[in-house]
Design a protein around this ligand. Structure first.
Ligand code: 26Q
Length: 782
């Protein structure tokens, strides 16, 4: 361990010398990585030893995605040596920031759900709780997005090659996973796949705790293949399991490879957990908690049953009791197309014994419902297997002891609508855990300037107890604090300009309002509404010589699933409007559009701190929580959004006067949907402005006409605008005007900004994790 800058410099220089001594940043990066790894290793071994000896209860967070982002900087910070290393390197002629950029981005997730898993691991370690991640070591993470001629194009990314310092292959912990086979007279003819774990350290902030993220890699097994199976084919199929992350974040496609991935990671993790259990298997729930991140790992329920029945030899009742006291489930969506459903034939072919167990779980549950004289409709809704389809969400609720949504509104919708029948059946299982974000990554690491300002003003206790950010409330009307905050924001805006300027964007006005909309592209997230509104501003500037609004820069960033044509057309439309707007000498003084290519965690770290306005404009009821909204808030941006997901709780905290809220409420949306009483055409007919805008859009007069908008047209016209873009449009335009007016009053604006930062502490994932631990997992800090 290097406690001082001088020691660090000495050691670093020595190793650099041994490694060849050239001045290449690449070499410096490699040397630094190896040094940090050694520091971590001591704590890691010590933590594991303590866990083992104390036999304390362990949590395993099962997730198909962990969107961890770059590790070097965060790890240095958590080890408490960021400043030592930064300054030491500078004195030796290196820039730490530059070395950080050399690390490939580990994009092992799509978006919110995967990033949440990463924030949770950071918080578990920070709180010194025994909690570990279990997932897949994808050779390639999410695709890299390039914008070519305004269109999204996808390039494969292999992140793994250069991650050597952050992972260790544990050949000794290899397990074998059974696929396929025949059940009768007894299970034979399986195809085995070898699962090899790679462990990554998860470092607790300045506390010596190092937990583990265990990612499984699929390799060919040495066991014999069934006679009918061709080896080449088997080898290809096996490598495919951990080759690539599925790039969909809201559409399930029912592909067999996806199911293989799910079973592979669940079985490998469960086998290992049971093998290393420090107690008789009958005490499993006292020593192990398993949280499943959405239904993607729900197959862990029948797989745990299989192991308890077939390997441990327990009776059904006892195995079921242990399973349903160990596993708990988090739901992240109510969108119909994102609900996982598997064809029975597919399941029974791929994992015959597991399917047999699902059938038995279903049979017993149905018998129980019948005994209670459950009504037909409710019975159907609660069937795990319904008409040859296995509904994973129902399996997950029936097979776990706790079920939660990710924001209060979302949990209420689950209880009162989506899972009404299951809620009635198992009311004690349901609870809410509003999401959170790691304030260490999203404030301290991403925004050291703001961190310093906060600490100078209220001391440093908030770092360990982020709720104490509320001590900033007393500075809400303090002119000198406001000035300092404004100066920090300006610094971050300038840095963002430098960052995106490199990508060849046209010059950005650093004094303009930075209005940022970054998230996956999806109909319900309504990037289309944003760009339609920008087009309407353009039209007004052109047509009305008195309309000269305060300068605004609109930033967009986000990826579309490769097969999601509507979303891809929206990306193209944004870029087409951008090239027109940005070229127009008059208009570009007032509005400017920047599309940030390949939005990912690293770009996020630059974008959130620079924002004035946070666009959170989903159709009310559709966004389960959102977490970007919290990252913006913590960095002093003001939410411009609907009352959806966690926005509701943000507004509860800061008050309506410190946010810009518009649009229909979730109840109104759900009513319109239920009664099918919305007609997009009526809205267009009632508004001349909207009528003109739509006519221009539909006739290709928006931009240079190079985009194809057939899917956008279909969505708005033929499908009757399912996400209420047109219905909410006027209200959105109005709230934008209010926002611009508020920005003109500096004292008012920066007061709002202070208030948002002050109230953001509750959205630290430390709070979320403490609640899960107290109410669900019952972990002990050691
Ligand atoms: C499932 C089957 C097959 C292929 C892909 C998928 C799949 C993958 C990822 C389905 C969904 C996802 C991701 C969902 C997600 O990110 N949901 C978001 O979760 C956040 C954390 O709780 C919330 O804040 C967001 O509101 C929610 O949209």
């Amino acid at each position: 361990m290097f406690h001082s800058k001088e020691k660090f410099k000495e050691e670093f220089a020595k190793r650099l010398e041994q490694a060849g001594g050239n001045k290449e940043p690449r070499l410096a990066y490699a040397v630094l990585g190896a040094m940090v790894r050694e520091v971590v290793e001591e704590d890691w071994i010590r933590t594991n030893k303590r866990y083992k000896e104390s036999e304390t209860k362990q949590l395993y967070y099962f997730s198909i995605e962990f969107l961890i982002g770059r590790l070097l900087g965060q790890n240095l910070y958590n080890l408490g040596i960021f400043t030592i290393v930064q300054e030491g390197l500078r004195e030796l002629g290196y820039s730490l920031a530059e070395l950080e950029e050399m690390e490939p981005e580990p994009g092992l997730g799509n978006g919110g759900l995967g990033r949440l898993a990463a924030c949770f691991l950071d918080s578990l370690a920070a709180l010194q709780l025994p909690g570990h991640g279990c997932g897949i070591r994808y050779k390639g993470g999410l695709f890299t997005q390039r914008i070519e001629d305004g269109f999204q194009t996808e390039y494969p990314t292999d992140w793994i090659k250069e991650m050597g310092n952050w992972e260790i292959r544990r050949e000794d912990l290899t397990v074998e996973i059974p696929f396929y086979g025949r059940l009768h007279p007894h299970l034979t003819d399986m195809e085995w796949v070898k699962a090899v774990p790679y462990d990554m350290p998860v470092i607790g902030a300045s506390n010596g705790t190092v937990n583990t993220l265990r990612l499984w890699q699929a390799e060919i097994s040495e066991r014999p293949l069934p006679a009918h199976k061709d080896f080449e084919e088997y080898a290809m199929e096996t490598a495919a399991i951990s080759d690539r992350l599925y790039p969909n974040d809201s559409l399930v496609t029912g592909k067999i490879l996806r199911l293989k991935q799910q079973y592979f990671m669940c079985s490998a993790s469960l086998q290992t957990i049971l093998k290393t259990l420090p107690c008789p298997v009958r005490q499993l729930p006292a020593h192990v908690a398993i949280q499943i991140n959405d239904t993607h790992p729900a197959i862990a329920i029948p797989e745990l049953m299989r192991i308890l029945l077939d390997v441990e030899g327990l009776e059904w009742e006892e195995a079921w009791y242990l399973t349903t006291q160990t596993i708990s489930y988090t739901n992240h969506t109510i969108l119909g197309e994102a609900m996982e459903k598997w064809d029975s034939h597919l399941l029974s072919a791929l994992v015959p014994r597991v399917y047999e167990i699902i059938q038995e779980i279903d049979r017993r549950f149905k018998a129980q419902l019948q005994e209670q004289q459950c009504k037909e409709e409710a019975f159907k809704k609660m069937s795990i297997i319904d008409d040859g389809i296995v509904k994973m969400a129902v399996l997950a609720v029936v097979g776990s002891y706790k079920v939660n949504g990710v924001a209060q509104l979302h949990t209420d919708i689950l209880k009162n609508r989506e899972m009404k029948e299951l809620y009635r059946q198992f009311s004690g299982k349901f609870h809410n855990k509003t999401n959170g974000i790691s304030h260490r990554r999203w404030l301290i690491k991403a925004n050291p300037e703001l961190t310093n300002l906060i600490t100078e003003s209220i001391g440093q206790e908030w770092i360990k107890k982020p709720i104490l950010l509320n001590n900033l409330n007393k500075f809400a009307i303090d002119a000198s604090f406001q000035e300092a905050l404004k100066a920090v924001k300006q610094t971050k805006k300038n840095q963002l300009i430098d960052h995106v300027g490199k990508a060849g964007n046209s010059p950005i006005d650093p004094l303009s309002i930075f209005d940022i909309h970054i998230k996956r592209f999806h109909g319900y997230k309504r990037q289309l509404m944003n760009i339609l509104h920008i087009q309407s501003l353009y039209d007004r500037i052109k047509e009305d010589s008195t309309f000269r609004p305060y300068p605004r820069t609109f930033f967009f960033g986000g990826k579309a699933a490769p097969g999601y044509e509507f979303a891809k057309q929206v990306i193209k439309l944004i870029n087409a409007v951008a090239s027109k707007v940005n070229k127009d000498p008059l208009v570009r003084k007032h509005i400017h559009i920047v599309f940030v290519e390949d939005y990912n965690v690293s770009h996020g770290e630059k974008l959130f701190p620079a924002a004035d306005v946070s666009e959170q404009i989903s159709t009310a009821s559709k966004e389960a929580s959102g977490t970007g909204n919290m990252k913006f808030m913590m960095n002093g941006a003001i939410t411009l959004g609907t009352l959806d997901g966690a926005n509701v709780e943000i507004v509860e905290r800061v008050g309506k006067e410190n946010a810009f809220i518009f649009g229909l409420h979730s109840q109104q949306i759900m009513q319109l949907e239920k009664h099918k009483s919305y007609r997009a055409q009526d809205v267009i007919e009632q508004s001349p402005e909207l009528a003109t805008l739509m006519a221009r859009l539909l006739h290709g007069e928006f931009s240079d006409g190079s985009e194809n908008i057939s899917f956008i047209r279909k969505q708005l016209v033929d499908l009757n605008d399912p996400y209420f873009v047109l219905k909410d449009f006027q209200s959105y335009a109005t709230v934008h005007e209010e926002m611009v007016a508020a920005y003109a009053n500096s004292a008012e604006w920066w007061g709002m900004s202070v208030k948002n930062i002050a109230e953001s502490g509750v959205f630290s994932s430390d709070r979320t994790i403490q609640q899960y631990s107290d109410e669900v997992w019952h972990l002990e800090k050691i």
